[in-house]
Design a protein around this ligand. Structure first.
Ligand code: AMP
Ligand code: ZN
Length: 496
């Protein structure tokens, strides 16, 4: 079945073809770990997850990589988001959201980054974001790749794509890359007069072109800093993705790159310039796929409007007044098309909750009737073929769900066949596998949680042998266990 995807690079629908037959190399821009991830972030991440799972349904082997931005993400006015987080905690602990005592030293940006990385992974696993179970192999941290970034910066200087300005800052020279603007439409002529991304006026005079962007900034006082040929300092934000994509996916040219629409410019435009500039290849990613923004009750989500929700706010009921199961939030965030502005509403969540419940009941009934023995089916099955056809049309999820939901209600004369169909459908939707675990409805999970408590308790006594023994029992039961800073233990069902 041929998969059609809307490529932001060409602004048209294209038939997807991977560079290597049967294998897809895909990169998604990940979270900046300076706060808990919000539902808009997860909307973008879960669309990437849906794309990956769809490719897997179509029998591709998907090598997916997503970074953790723990340094270098600049906000307006040239502060780094990580130092902003450190400052927030220093100035007023209450406004920083790391709970008191959760990190030993709230002035240490590494501890803050670690705390939010773990929180992100915990939320992402609850939401069935597959790649979160591939941490750390496929989920690299920017701070672990500084050497690679310096290597790419050196190469860019050698190839005359970058220069050291008077003040010692290393910039990418956009004029050295005629294709700059190809993705976003922000060509050099258009940018000549305007601001070149997130840079302050003070720097404009030192740059050759206003759109030249920072690769390395010498700064002795920055909260995170490394030695470099250009002085002690830190990397720009864009360079990390170019480096981690090629290092972890092992190619200069990858198949798919995803992110939210706000990343098209400057982030992705700059990634293309860096990657192609360094490798000399014609392209960096062949398909650029972007998710439109999430709105809340028809409005832009913003802290000042009070409609800004983290995934945790939704889980624990702070967002809507009642607790929301992670499977319900997942369903809500994936059920509308990635190129439509998704509108997050209380009513939508209620509807999603009804559908998820129906899916759970359906699966439980079939599992019971068949003793878990499914038949063999493939994509030629009448229900699956319609489901897959809808997804193959630029991930038309609403049409795919319109095939599945009425089918759940039909009579199922051959439960083994229906179970097989359902499992294939659920491999894409990813709904019921997270439910058992996080609802605690699975008797094994209750036991596993008990071992988790034992582990926590043993750790607090510094009884490492007892902690290891409990940990091993959890792993043997097919769960993953992760230790987090505050002595907590996070347990997730292994998705492998
Ligand atoms: P950040 O942690 O800010 O680097 O963002 C992580 C991801 O979330 C990026 O792919 C952003 O494009 C995406 N994102 C941020 N806000 C929203 C939103 N309101 N709706 C959808 N995606 C978003
Ligand atoms: Zn990125």
């Amino acid at each position: 079945m041929s998969l059609q995807l809307y490529n932001s690079l060409t602004n048209q629908m294209e038939t997807f073809e991977s560079l290597e037959p049967g294998v897809v190399r895909m990169y998604s821009c990940g979270p900046t770990v300076y706060d808990f991830a919000h539902i808009g972030n997860f909307r973008s991440f879960l669309f990437g997850d849906l794309l990956r799972r769809t490719l897997e349904l179509f029998d591709y082997q998907v090598h997916h990589v997503m970074n953790i931005t723990d340094v270098g993400h600049m906000v307006e006015g040239e502060t780094d988001k990580m130092s902003e987080a450190a400052n927030r905690m220093k100035v007023n602990k209450k406004s920083g959201r790391v709970p008191e005592g959760a990190v030993e030293d709230p002035n240490d940006p590494y501890q803050i980054a670690d705390y939010y990385t773990n929180a992100f992974l915990e939320d992402a696993r609850k939401l069935g974001y597959k790649i979160a179970s591939e941490y750390p192999e496929n989920v690299p941290k920017a701070t672990d790749h500084i050497e690679g970034m310096q290597g790419m910066i050196k190469r860019l200087i050698e190839r005359d794509h970058a220069y050291v300005a008077e003040d010692g800052v290393v910039y990418f020279s956009v004029e050295s890359f005629p294709k700059y603007g190809e993705l976003s439409g922000n060509t050099l002529e258009k940018l000549q007069s305007g601001a070149g991304g997130r840079v302050s006026d003070e720097n404009q005079s030192r740059k050759r072109h206003p759109a030249d962007f920072m690769l390395w900034k010498p700064d002795q006082h920055h909260v995170m800093k490394w030695d470099s040929p250009w002085g002690v300092g830190y990397p720009g934000w864009h360079i990390e993705c170019s480096v981690m994509a090629s290092e972890l996916l092992g190619r200069d040219v990858i198949d798919i790159h995803t992110g939210g629409e706000d990343l098209i410019f400057p982030h992705h435009e700059c990634e293309i310039a860096q990657s192609c500039g360094a490798s000399g290849a014609e392209s960096f990613a062949r398909y650029w796929i972007h998710a439109r923004f999430l709105m809340v009750e028809g409005e832009k989500m913003s802290k000042s409007k009070g409609n800004f929700f983290t995934a945790r706010d939704v889980f624990n009921g702070d967002a809507t007044g009642s607790e929301v199961h992670p499977a319900v939030l997942r369903y809500e965030l994936i059920k509308s098309h990635y190129r439509a502005n998704m509108n997050f509403t209380k009513k939508g969540l209620e509807d999603s909750s009804g559908v998820v419940k129906r899916m759970l009941d359906f699966e439980a009934r079939l599992e019971q009737e068949t003793g878990g023995q499914a038949a063999e089916v493939d994509l030629s099955h009448p229900v699956l073929s319609k489901f897959a056809a809808a997804l193959s049309s630029d991930l038309n999820i609403s049409e795919a769900l319109a095939v599945v939901i009425p089918w759940l209600r039909q009579e199922h004369r051959d439960p083994r066949e229906s179970l097989a169909v359902w499992r294939a459908v659920n491999s894409v939707l990813g709904i019921t596998d997270i439910t058992e675990e996080s609802a605690g409805g699975d008797p094994i999970f209750d036991q596993v949680q008990q071992w988790g408590e034992e582990m926590k308790e043993a750790r607090s006594r510094k009884d490492w042998d007892a902690s290891d023994a409990a940990r091993q029992k959890i792993i043997d039961a097919g769960y993953e266990v992760q230790m987090v800073k505050d002595g907590g233990v996070v347990i997730t069902k292994s998705l492998a």
